[in-house]
Design a protein around this ligand. Structure first.
Ligand code: SF4
Ligand code: SF4
Length: 82
């Protein structure tokens, strides 16, 4: 059960802190691999990981999120050269 909960906030390359998420949905549009989805209830909205295995580590989500809700994991370097 715990494992499944973690799967919703982590990929091999990034960690998502849903508590910092402002639900702007910019990361969803930015992610080229459709890794990120939404929880979108009236009073409860935040991004979540829906396809962890598809994450390529491009870190576009990290760069896009103005709330710093995405944190790159240690071994990940940007694939876009920035
Ligand atoms: S870009 Fe950041 S604040 Fe916006 S939905 Fe994604 S995680 Fe949340
Ligand atoms: S690192 Fe790239 S592929 Fe992975 S969730 Fe972020 S934007 Fe998507």
């Amino acid at each position: 059960m715990k494992r499944r909960k973690i799967d919703k906030i982590i990929t091999p390359h990034v960690l998502l802190n849903p508590h910092d998420c402002k639900a702007c949905w910019a990361c969803i549009d930015t992610c080229p691999s459709k890794v990120i989805g939404k929880v979108s209830f009236l009073w409860h909205k935040h991004a979540l990981i829906i396809n962890s295995g598809a994450c390529t580590g491009c870190l576009k989500c990290v760069k896009t999120c103005s709330a710093a809700a995405f944190i790159p994991l240690k071994n990940t370097t940007r694939h876009d050269g920035r």
